[in-house]
Design a protein around this ligand. Sequence first.
Ligand code: FES
Length: 132
Amino acid sequence: MHMKHSDEAHGPPVVPVKFVLEDPEGLTSTEQVEWDLMGGEGENLLELAVENGINIEHACGGVCACSTCHVYVEEGMDEVSESDEDEEDRVEEAPGLRIDSRLSCQCRIEGKGPITVRVPAWNRNAVKEVPH
Ligand code: FES
């Protein structure tokens, strides 16, 4: 399923967000590990990544109904929206759960950054196990 782009307008791209990819080849078909992007206030991390060619899985289309868009917010947790109960319940299903685990589709940019997001290597593997 393709992500539905949010209809909500978001601010100008002035917030620095660095994505660190454990599997750059699988996510971008390149070998570039670190991606320095600029996000806008109100934009979610999944949307920002996908718009810039980082194909984080999002099996449910970004509606908090899977856990394939799981990432780690390693820096700037205060710069993104807090997780709600739905996200917390869902993210617990993700492999490799950590204290900084978030669902990137539920994580909106709220502050001025900087934000650093690590995309785990098994982001793609987890999806391959889902029957089609
Ligand atoms: S894409 Fe399914 S929960 Fe984020």
